[in-house]
Ligand binder design. Structure first.
Ligand code: NAP
Length: 268
């Protein structure tokens, strides 16, 4: 099976920390030349310097841009092409998840989340199209979530809507871009241990861990592995699909079902 992405040019948005940084490391360790992007030069440079490519041939570069700014994203796509000779893989990962009760949510708060998470995905894909069209193909991997497409969580009406909207975008984009040899797929993480998740507090992390059949939060490497698969030649016939990576979190009907599974597993 061909999982090789050596020498491919990749762009990962939201790569200064968390899942995006883990994806950048995973792709670079697999030999891709990776441009890491965030809005802060200080943070993205530090993240790039922090990555050990483990002796792989993949090189790292950084870019500063707001994914919700079309001009920024066009300039970044050109930067990747001029530095690495093409743009083969994009991972639309940048996202925000502030928590706000629906009763007091303002239109500004709603728009901020939809603009970064959903419009940012659209603008990242659109910016990459000229390069992918020229080279006759490419890979788009969108970072959605279980929240929205599958589950709900208090305070995340805007976030859930933005993550479900990414999947609506994905299905049409997959059809529209297939003639260009571009595949479009999504990863739906469960609860992944990142700086952003830690900001939700200890209670949130403990409750979530207790609701995951595999008994632990996900790691950024769990997500990077799924991205690497979609980016690889092995996945060339897969498009328009959404892969849940959550340790089974969405499966049990109740918390008691989890307890029962544990009791059955250890019963003689
Ligand atoms: P995180 O730790 O908060 O990191 C978010 C990254 O996005 C940072 O690098 C941030 O950098 C960047 N970013 C935010 N807004 C941006 C913008 N407008 N333009 C460019 N970059 C921007 O988040 P995470 O937990 O790694 O989550 C990453 C993605 O996975 C998100 O799309 C999130 O919805 C999704 N996800 C996460 C989890 C989880 O459990 N962690 C679960 C499901 C889905 P700057 O602030 O420097 O711009």
């Amino acid at each position: 099976m061909d999982m090789s992405i050596e020498g491919r040019a990749a762009l990962v948005t939201g790569a200064s920390r968390g899942i995006g940084k883990g994806i950048a490391r995973g792709l670079a360790q697999a030999g891709a030349n990776v441009t890491m992007l965030s809005r802060s030069e200080k943070e993205i440079r530090a993240a790039k310097d922090d990555i050990d490519t483990g002796g792989a041939t993949g090189q790292l570069d950084w870019a500063v841009a707001d994914v919700a700014n079309a001009e920024d994203m066009r300039a970044v796509a050109e930067q990747v092409v001029s530095r690495f000779g093409g743009l083969d893989i994009i991972c639309c990962n940048a996202g925000i998840f502030p928590q706000t009760p629906l009763a007091t949510m303002t239109l500004e708060e709603w728009n901020a989340v939809l603009t970064t998470n959903t419009a940012g995905t659209f603008l990242t894909v659109q910016a990459a199209l000229p390069a992918m069209r020229r080279q006759g193909g490419g890979r788009v991997i969108i970072m959605s979530s279980i929240t929205g497409p599958i589950t709900g969580y208090p305070g995340w009406a805007h976030y859930g809507a933005s993550k479900a909207a990414q999947l609506g975008f994905l299905r049409t984009a997959a059809v529209e871009l297939a003639p260009l040899g571009i595949t479009v797929n999504a990863v739906l993480p469960g609860n992944i241990a990142t700086e952003g998740l830690a900001e939700l507090g200890e209670d949130y992390l403990a409750t979530m861990t207790a609701s995951i059949p595999h008994g632990r939060l996900g790691t950024v490497d769990d997500i990077a592995a799924a991205v690497l698969f979609f980016a690889s030649p092995a996945a060339s016939y897969i498009t328009g699909q959404a892969l849940v990576v959550d340790g089974g979190q969405v499966l049990p009907e109740t918390l008691e079902a989890l307890q029962e599974a544990t009791e059955m597993a250890y019963a003689e």
